[in-house]
Design a protein around this ligand. Structure first.
Ligand code: 4FV
Length: 226
C-alpha cells in the first residue's frame, strides 16, 4: 500500500512513521509512505501556498495552483485515490478504513489555515474525509490517523499478537473487557469464567460483555446499520 502525503509541515510525520508497527510495516515493504513538501510545487516567487479569501473574512485560504500541480505530478498515470483531509469530509470509521485499505495507492492532502480553495475539492479530490467533528490546526494529524487506521488492516502488518477479529466496531460492537496477570491484583479479582478454561463459556461471556459495554458506552452504535 502506497501513501503519498502533501503537506507544508513534512517534519511532523517522521517521528510517528519511524516507530513501532508503522516502521515495521515500511521495513517489511507492506506500506510505503512518501511525504511531499507542497512549497516545492508553488509557482509563487515567495513560495506562498495561501492567500486572502475573496469576499473578505479572517484568515488565509490554500491556493489551488500548488495543490493542483502537486497532485498531477505525484499521481502521474496511476489510479491513486486523492483524499482531502477536512472537517466537512465523510467521517472516518472502521468500516471506511477497511474500504480504503482495498486501494493500492492513496494521495492525502493536508490543509492549514482556514481551509482550501473549493476548486481543489471540485476538480482534484476523489474523497474528502474527516477524523471528527472538531477543528484542528492542520490536516497532518488527520492524515496520520488515516495512515495508521488503514495500514494496520493490511495483511501482514499486524503481527500474530494482535488480531483484527473481535476488535471494537466489528459488527458495530465495542470490544469485550480484557484482563491479564495477576488474576488477583491487590484484592481486585477478574471474572472467574476467564479462569475456567471453558472456551464456549468464555466466548459467550465475551459476546454478552461486548453488547453490555456497547449499550453502556456507545448505544448509538447499536442502532447503526451494519
Ligand atoms: C480536520 C478534521 C481538521 C481545518 C482547518 C485544518 C483543519 C485547518 N481534518 N478532520 N477534523 N482540519 O480539523 O480532518 O486547515
Amino acid at each position: 500500500m502506497k501513501f503519498d502525503v502533501i503537506t507544508i509541515f513534512s517534519e511532523i510525520f517522521k517521528p510517528v512513521l519511524n516507530e513501532s508497527i508503522l516502521k515495521r510495516a515500511q521495513d517489511k515493504g507492506k506500506v510505503k509512505v512518501t511525504v511531499h513538501d507542497l512549497r516545492k510545487f508553488t509557482e509563487d516567487k515567495h513560495r506562498k501556498v495561501d492567500d486572502r479569501p475573496f469576499g473578505g473574512g479572517p484568515g488565509m485560504v490554500m491556493t489551488p495552483q500548488p495543490i493542483f500541480d502537486a497532485v498531477k505530478k505525484i499521481k502521474g498515470k496511476s489510479k491513486a485515490k486523492v483524499i482531502l483531509m477536512c472537517p466537512s469530509g465523510k467521517p472516518l470509521t472502521q468500516k471506511l478504513a477497511k474500504q480504503l485499505a482495498k486501494n493500492k495507492h492513496l494521495i492525502l492532502i493536508c490543509g492549514h489555515y482556514e481551509g482550501y480553495d473549493e476548486r481543489i475539492r471540485e476538480r482534484v479530490v476523489d474523497e474528502a474525509i474527516s477524523i471528527g467533528d472538531y477543528v484542528l490546526t492542520g490536516g497532518e494529524l488527520p492524515a496520520l490517523v488515516l495512515i495508521d487506521s488503514v495500514s494496520r488492516l493490511i495483511p501482514g502488518v499486524l503481527g500474530r499478537e494482535s488480531s483484527l477479529e473481535d476488535e471494537s466496531f466489528e459488527r458495530n460492537l465495542l470490544e469485550y473487557p480484557q484482563y491479564t496477570r495477576p488474576a488477583n491484583f491487590r484484592g481486585i479479582k477478574i471474572p472467574n469464567v476467564l479462569l475456567s478454561g471453558h472456551h464456549l463459556a468464555i466466548k459467550k461471556w465475551r459476546e454478552d460483555q461486548a453488547y453490555i459495554r456497547t449499550k453502556k458506552y456507545r448505544p448509538d452504535l447499536l442502532n447503526k446499520k451494519q
